[in-house]
Design a protein around this ligand. Structure first.
Ligand SMILES: Cc1ncc(COP(=O)(O)O)c(C=O)c1O
Length: 407
């Protein structure tokens, strides 16, 4: 359905609009059964029952047992709990962690802090030029004291899908005691996640990337996984995560996951068609534009279109797109006032000067052919105008850009 405001939203990897059915599922727990689920009276029991139902739903969808589901405040908390919780509980087993340079900062910053605290010794794998981490690289990095491998299922910037099942198979063949954590925040809506098929011990999910609410997440922790709680103060979540539960958010998350699982085939077919068109048309219509991330769409999240535009700052394009009614994002993180090129693109080997022109369009359920037409209509003149204004002379692309521009 087109947006009634006439704006085009192409930033579904940042967050998704809550589905009306999700809002409906949440409302009773804001208006009627808003009571503390740990209390004893009947209203509180209704809230407790809703959390139990949500836990059963989430467990069933991902192939887990109810006791293996820990509700958290979202993806960042689940990533923190997985890494910190396992390492703090495993000091006698070892402290070697394997991760990659292109993880979300919820993982990267946490392992860095654990390293500073002396709790982890970290190997950071470099992905291939398409952003995927190879299972062979994991196998080579495994040691006897490896405690945990943490790799994202799909990358939030370039949509690269890593073969977690194969990572797990190779890891466990070398070191059966080592555990696998995957951040499935971006993949869950599109690929479906099943903990046994992926062979993982820990898995992170969040509600707001699958048309559910913000502030609701899940950490799946396989039964028997050593995990030290990181938020103390109450017995909730089987003593693994203190804090009065947000019943409405948890109910909304379970409803959103159910819908995502039911609609997956239709959503994926729709997003793939729009994605394919943009991936083909953008480099055709804009000179010196490189598509980043896997070209083979079976290795790429449906709906993800990431690219770098030579000789223009991504941020300037985004501001112009916003004025033209299109909401998108770039892979750049604006820190200390200076726009740093994205760690993901740099990690994949994209030259820094090219990475400064990064853009990310992420399509979703509500997008239409007309939205793609609109982007294809407004983006080329924006790039042309910005290049004409650029203080950097627009010349032939440097040799270092060639492999990226040629795909
Ligand atoms: C891959 C990945 N992990 C973790 C997060 C953090 O999730 P949340 O916003 O629920 O804390 C995000 C959100 O951008 C993400 O894309």
């Amino acid at each position: 359905m087109p947006d009634p405001t006439g704006r085009v939203y192409l930033d579904h990897a940042a967050t998704t609009p809550p589905d009306p059915a999700v809002v409906e599922a949440m409302l009773p727990f804001l208006t009627e059964a808003w009571h503390n689920p740990s209390s004893i009276y009947v209203e509180a029991q209704a809230a407790r029952a809703a959390i139990d139902r949500a836990r059963a739903t989430v467990a069933r969808l991902i192939g887990a047992h109810e006791g293996e589901i820990i509700f958290t405040s979202g993806g960042s908390e689940s990533d923190n709990l997985a890494l910190r919780g396992v390492l703090a509980a495993s000091t006698r087993r070892g402290r070697h962690v394997i991760t990659s340079t292109v993880e979300h900062h919820a993982v990267l910053d946490t392992v860095e802090q654990l390293e500073r605290e002396g709790l982890a010794e970290v190997t950071r794998l470099v992905p291939g030029p398409d952003g995927r981490v190879s299972p062979e690289a994991v196998e080579e990095a495994v040691r006897d004291d490896t405690v945990l491998v943490s790799l994202m299922h799909a990358n939030n910037e370039v949509g690269a899908i890593t073969d977690i099942a194969e990572v797990s198979r190779r890891l466990k063949a070398r070191n059966p005691r080592a555990m696998v954590h995957t951040d499935a925040v971006q993949s869950a809506a599109h690929l479906g996640v099943h903990v046994d098929r992926l062979g993982v011990d820990l898995l992170t999910l969040t509600g707001h990337k699958l048309y559910g609410p913000r502030g609701a997440g899940v950490l799946y922790a396989r039964s028997g996984t050593p995990l030290q709680p990181q938020i103390l103060g109450g017995g909730q979540e089987d003593r693994r995560r203190a804090g009065t539960e947000d019943t409405a958010a948890i109910a909304g998350l379970a409803r959103a996951m159910t819908l995502a699982w039911e609609r997956r085939e239709a959503d994926v077919a729709h997003e793939r068609a729009l994605q394919q068109r943009l991936i083909e048309e953008l480099p055709r219509r804009i000179p010196m534009l490189a598509i980043t991330g896997p070209r083979d769409l079976s290795h790429r999240l449906p709906g993800n279109v990431s690219c770098c535009v030579g000789f223009v700052e991504g941020e300037s394009i985004l501001l112009a797109l916003d004025l033209a009614g299109v909401a998108a994002s770039s892979g750049s993180a604006c820190t200390t006032g200076a726009v740093e090129p994205s760690h993901v693109l740099v990690g994949m080997g994209v030259p820094e000067d090219l990475a400064r022109g990064s853009l990310r369009f992420t399509l979703g359920r509500g997008n239409t052919e007309a939205d793609v037409d609109r982007l294809l209509e407004v983006l080329p003149p924006i790039v042309q105008r910005l290049r004409a204004l650029s203080p950097i002379p627009v010349t032939e692309p440097p040799e270092t850009w060639r492999p990226w521009l040629d795909g």
